[in-house]
Design a protein around this ligand. Structure first.
Ligand code: ZN
Length: 282
């Protein structure tokens, strides 16, 4: 099983999972059909299915077009709002694509129909993979748009947190630096947070993805998975794990956004405005 990490839109990840014996492929969150089809052509694989984590535009908007272009394509998801949905899946349902096995893990909260996908190959030495959409991020978790802190607590501690520690985490967005800056505010003394943040900043500078992480790592620096740790409780002023999580989410929602990086065109326009009076004088 091979996972292609495809960076699309502002900071989204689309994934292509390849079954190496059959050369069949499964896409996760196919937001940009053109990019996906280019890679499918280059890898010389056949797209059999799309697994959609949730109905949001930046995760599901390519479904209709791909369904039109690839007759017989199966589109899986847990929410009727997902475009071109052909197979509605439920919690713990298992799917098979050649040697690839998938377990659907229902994680309502970011949206009421959010599904994560746990993937592995029987008899393979490779670590399993978790496609966590907008439920679990590297260093963070998704916003509670359609759910509660109680639900996210169950998602993170029970549904996802009990998976094998070596599970690789492939999430829906590249927001690691921002998440870890917040993690550092929560736990200023946490050396693992500091190290991971320095690493993530370097990856960001080199325009490289910070996915995948592992579940084991996440437990060391992700405050949303550390709600029973004393420094995290101290930061929130709460001890009940659900209340700790609720407060963390509110604090993160209010955490200052980094200054927008100027778009290259914006920089050009700005420079022109700055230098043109000077040039005119000459
Ligand atoms: Zn979303």
């Amino acid at each position: 099983m091979k996972v292609k990490v495809i960076s699309v839109l502002e900071d989204n990840y689309m994934y292509l999972v390849i079954e190496e014996n059959t050369r069949d492929a499964i896409a996760v969150d196919a937001a940009v059909p053109k990019r996906l089809l280019e890679i499918i052509r280059k890898e010389d694989v056949a797209l059999r299915a799309i697994l959609t984590t949730h109905h949001h535009w930046d995760h599901a908007r390519g479904n209709e077009e791909l369904a039109r272009l690839c007759p017989g394509l199966h589109v899986y998801g847990a929410d009727e709002r997902i475009g071109a949905l052909t197979h509605k899946v439920t919690h713990n349902q298992e799917l098979t694509f050649g040697a690839i096995r998938v377990r659907c893990l229902f994680t309502p909260c970011h949206t009421s129909g959010h599904m994560c996908y746990f993937m592995w190959e029987d008899g393979s030495p490779d670590a399993p993979a978790l496609f966590s959409g907008d439920t679990l991020f590297v260093g963070g978790c998704g916003k509670f748009f359609e759910g509660t802190a109680e639900q996210m607590f169950t998602n993170l501690t029970q549904t996802l947190g009990t998976l094998p520690k070596e599970t690789k985490v492939f999430c829906g967005h590249e927001c690691t630096v921002r998440n870890l800056k917040f993690a550092l505010k929560v736990e200023p003394e946490n050396e693992t947070v500091k190290k991971k943040l320095a690493w993530a900043k370097q990856r960001d500078d080199e325009d490289l993805p910070t996915v995948p992480s592992t579940l084991q790592e996440e437990f060391l620096y992700n405050p949303f998975l550390r709600v029973t740790e004393e420094p995290v409780q101290k930061f929130t002023g709460k001890t009940d794990p659900v209340e700790v999580l609720r407060t963390l989410r509110t604090e993160k929602d209010n955490f200052k956004k980094p200054k927008e990086r100027p778009h290259p065109q914006a920089v050009l326009a700005f420079d022109w405005g700055l230098f043109s009076p000077f040039l005119e004088k000459k």
